[in-house]
Design a protein around this ligand. Structure first.
Ligand code: UDP
Length: 243
């Protein structure tokens, strides 16, 4: 018994960093295609999916703020970066025959639909993958916060957070090779042990609303399909550790 839930409707957070592939910057076509294939496999098996796409491969608002520039302007630019990524993912899914709709939290009607809660939920009910851009639509937030928010709005069973490592560790595994990988942790343990899962605002939103988070390695082939099948991939963060 893995004790893992078998989510039917999920929100997948895909960071911009994941789309870079082996490039130094931007969007790697082959990498996007591979993610699209993984997403298509679970969609074809009946899972309802919303994606929240980051923008860190192109721009982060903090980059401007760090140089003494205006954070709000920087964040607006960062949100625009997520739209580019979302369009790339939408196109890659449609090339595989998966109906997808990019929706932006910031209105840009000549490019994609605006995020409207009921409309996004309806697309999902109809089997379309919604590809959500613009994060929360507000500066000073991240796409992690957007992911927690949209997962709750769209009544997803879990937030799947794809990362560059295998899950939640007792310490940063890139600096501490002997760090322990957790199979399951509670929200309380995450706080008490000071574990890094998501930024504070995103984590608080998930915790306060009992939204399970599964942190996993986005680069591991079939990880998404295995999570949907209830296999113990990555780390489950939830109220009781059992989902
Ligand atoms: N951003 C924002 N509000 C949001 C989501 C994102 O202002 O609700 C901006 C912010 O500048 C952020 C950038 O968009 O740095 C890219 O998003 P994020 O850093 O979350 O992307 P990821 O790290 O997932 O690639």
């Amino acid at each position: 018994m893995s004790g893992r839930p078998r989510p039917k409707r999920v929100l997948l957070k895909l960071s911009g960093e994941a789309l870079i592939g082996s490039q130094a910057f931007g969007i790697d076509d082959g990498t996007v295609r591979r993610f699209a294939e993984e997403i298509a496999a679970v969609r074809n098996a009946g899972t309802e999916l919303a994606l929240v796409i980051g923008g860190g491969n192109i721009f982060r608002g903090m980059a401007i703020a760090a140089q003494g520039g205006d954070r709000v302007t920087g964040d607006h630019m960062g949100m625009l970066a997520t739209v580019m990524n979302a369009l790339a993912v939408e196109a890659a899914l449609e090339r595989l025959g998966i109906a997808a709709r990019a929706m932006s939290a910031i209105e840009m009607p000549s490019i994609c639909e605006t995020y409207i809660h009921r409309r996004a939920a309806w697309h999902m009910d109809e089997g379309r993958v919604v590809v959500l851009a613009g994060g929360t639509g507000n500066p000073f937030f991240t796409t992690d916060s957007g992911a927690a928010l949209r997962a709750l709005e769209l009544e997803c069973d879990a937030l799947l957070k794809g990362t560059q490592v295998d899950g939640v560790y007792s310490a940063d595994p890139r600096l501490h090779p002997d760090a322990k990988l957790y199979d399951q942790v509670t929200f309380k343990e995450v706080i008490e042990k000071g574990l890094a899962v998501m930024d504070t605002a995103a984590f608080a939103l998930a915790r306060d609303n009992g939204l399970p988070i599964i942190v996993f390695n986005i680069h591991e082939p079939r990880a998404l399909a295995r999570i949907i099948a209830g296999e113990p991939v990555g780390t489950l963060v939830s109220d009781d550790g059992l989902g």
